[in-house]
Design a protein around this ligand. Structure first.
Ligand code: SF4
Length: 361
């Protein structure tokens, strides 16, 4: 194996001891982290898949308070699950968690999978999440690999291979499989991720405070700032979106997005992307006709809001509109509803919609 003579492998026990001692001394006090209950570990791992710990912690706490058991989550309406997830993004996580909870509660009689391989069969649970749950909740020697682990290992091994390629990613899984074998695999996995998020960070890394500096080949060779090698990021596209707040008798027309796909199951104001060389107004008339089969009159532009997703950015231009002809029919949504602003809080909206809700009365 390449890198077999690296200190983290030749002195594996000492390396594990050093990083886990540091982890035990400084681990942040997170209420859900002390638990070995598979359900709580599962929920927290799903929330933290794409979310920072400080942002995700209140969501985890609220979620477990409202749905304390897999049975309570399985029995919930999808709308109430999505409402609790509102603002976190990547809503397929919530839908898959809900689907998987139903599977565990109703088809497995509430019995959780007992190994990482079995966890991976549940919707929304990939190899990383399965390894995290099994190592933390059951003490199984299952590895985890995320962006933090990749960066830390590339530096510890002074590995100059591109960590974004499948071949290097597979090699990193193999290295973690070797390293995780030992006592307290869950703590070992968490210590590697914590080192990456607090010490061995992408920039301004704190080698002076690093508990495993003596095992680190990048530190010896002074290459830590060149690592990891990554594929350059593509420029993020920026889309202009027009949104119609169609008002009738004090209520606005909302559409529920189809269950699959981005923001699936959330409620929104109809509208869509402005095409090249199209005016905002023309785009709005076209979109509303395509999505709802309606002709509208645009009354007023009430402003714009910017929002960033992971792979693109949007500017929403919001227009108050009036229905002229046609009957709204859900061509792009699973359901339509006329809703008074005082009831908006009962619906789960994408974060970008929240930025202008207060302007609608
Ligand atoms: Fe990362 Fe520096 Fe520690 Fe090496 S010594 S693992 S580069 S923080």
């Amino acid at each position: 194996m390449p890198y077999a003579s690296s200190p983290i492998f030749t002195q594996k026990t000492a390396f594990r001891r050093a990083i886990m001692k540091w982890y035990a001394e400084q681990a942040r006090d997170l209420s859900w982290r002390g638990t070995l209950d598979p359900y709580s570990v599962w929920v927290s791992e799903i929330v933290l898949q794409q979310t920072r710990v400080d942002q995700g912690t209140p969501y985890i706490e609220r979620f477990i308070k409202k749905f304390p058991t897999v049975q309570s989550l399985a029995k919930a309406q999808e709308d109430s699950v999505l409402k609790l997830w509102e603002g976190l993004g990547y809503y397929s996580r919530a839908r898959n968690l809900h689907k998987a909870a139903k599977h565990v509660a109703f088809e497995r009689n509430g019995e959780f999978p007992s190994s990482a391989v079995e966890w991976e069969t549940l919707p929304g649970v990939g190899r990383y999440t399965a390894g995290a749950i099994s190592s933390i909740a059951y003490g199984e020697a299952a590895p985890v690999v995320d962006g933090n682990v990749k960066r830390v290992l590339a530096r510890l091994l002074d590995c100059h291979d591109n960590i974004d390629t499948p071949a290097t990613t597979n090699a990193i899984w193999d290295w973690m499989t070797l390293l995780v074998k030992g006592k307290h695999p869950g703590n070992f996995n968490q210590s590697m991720m914590e080192l990456g998020s607090n010490i061995c960070t992408p920039k301004k890394l704190k080698c002076d405070l690093c508990p495993v500096q003596r095992f680190c080949l990048a530190f010896v060779n002074n290459t830590q700032n060149e690592l990891p090698v990554r594929t350059p990021k593509k420029k993020i596209p920026h889309h202009q979106i027009v949104v119609a707040a169609i008002k009738k008798n004090g209520r606005y027309l909302l559409g529920k997005r189809p269950p699959e796909g981005m923001l699936g199951g959330l409620w929104e104001f109809p509208g869509g992307k402005v095409e090249a060389k199209e005016s905002n107004e023309d785009a709005l008339h076209r979109e509303i006709n395509e999505e709802l089969g309606l002709t509208i009159e645009i009354i007023e532009n009430i402003g714009k809001v910017d929002h960033a997703y992971s792979h693109f950015k949007i500017t929403l231009h919001i227009y108050i509109c009036k229905q002229l002809s046609g009957t709204p029919s859900p061509k792009a949504h699973s359901e339509l509803k006329w809703v008074s602003p005082k009831h908006f809080e009962q619906y789960a909206f994408p974060k970008a919609n929240h930025k202008f809700l207060s302007k609608l009365s």
